[in-house]
Design a protein around this ligand. Structure first.
Ligand SMILES: Nc1ncnc2c1ncn2[C@@H]1O[C@H](COP(=O)(O)OP(=O)(O)OP(=O)(O)O)[C@@H](O)[C@H]1O
Length: 237
């Protein structure tokens, strides 16, 4: 599905991603875990075409994404929920969610794609008519993920879906991710807290200073001394 090989990205002349390689298989949930500034957002923005890599390869189902513009990458079926949610304050919740169905046609009807987004976050049904500016941080995250889902994506990129949320709201986001998985979408999630990695994650990568220093199952990650070192301050059981 998504394959990243030896990706190098410089920002203002400094290397920010160093030879990153990672894979997301069809229907898999894959997490990239790393501290703030490790390079997660840069990885996602490069996949989405917002940043040009210095070298390396990025492909979706064998087709190279390099040189494509963000809207072309979205049209190929990559949904992106950015770290800051980027929900439109002047639009209602239902307008925010419906947006990709106006701009990105797909084999599935707009109604079907929107219905799936509400099935993932049923709470949003109650807020359909509410303005985007009148939402809590957790609700904005839900709308942002729901909007990416309404694209009808083959792959979803979710940048820190639990970042800054109160512990009370995190389970509804994790439940949403479980439903997304049950619908068969592949998902790549950036996460700064190892404890927020969903237990149903298929594969986990740890990124440190722009390098992938671990790739394996969540269980292997919990046993790895290297992962414990990087996620220090986070208790690993
Ligand atoms: N526009 C920019 N100009 C200069 N440096 C940048 C820019 N964007 C990112 N960086 C640097 O690149 C590195 C990786 O940043 P990135 O945002 O990818 O990390 P991250 O793992 O997503 O962390 P966070 O969770 O804090 O967003 C950091 O050292 C950051 O300071």
């Amino acid at each position: 599905m998504l394959s990243i090989r030896d990706l190098n990205v410089d920002i203002e002349g400094s290397p920010v991603l160093r030879s990153i390689s990672l894979d997301v298989g069809a229907g898999q949930i894959v997490c990239v875990v790393g501290r703030n500034g490790a390079g997660k957002t840069t990885t996602f923005r490069t996949v989405m075409g917002y940043r040009k890599p210095k070298s390396g390869a990025i492909s979706l189902e064998g087709r190279s994404l390099l040189g494509l513009r963000p809207f072309q990458i979205a049209r190929l079926g990559v949904g992106f929920s950015p770290e800051e949610s980027e929900v439109f304050g002047d639009l209602t919740v239902e307008e925010n969610i419906a947006l990709p169905t106006w701009t990105f046609p797909s084999a599935r009807s707009g109604e079907e794609r929107i219905a799936e987004a509400y099935r993932v976050f049923p709470k949003l049904e109650r807020y359909r008519k509410r303005g985007g500016q009148a939402l809590s941080g957790g609700e904005r995250k839900m709308v942002s993920v729901a909007r990416a889902l309404a694209l009808g994506p083959r792959l979803l990129l979710l940048d820190e879906p639990t970042e800054g949320l109160s512990p009370a709201i995190i389970p509804s986001i994790i439940d949403g991710l479980a439903s997304i998985r049950s619908f068969g979408h592949a998902v790549l999630i950036a996460e700064s807290n190892l404890h927020h990695v969903p237990e149903f994650t298929d594969r986990l990568y740890v990124i440190e200073r722009g390098e992938i220093i671990f790739g394996g199952t969540p269980e292997e990650a919990r046993k790895s001394k290297e992962v414990q070192r990087v996620t220090e301050g986070v208790t690993v059981d």
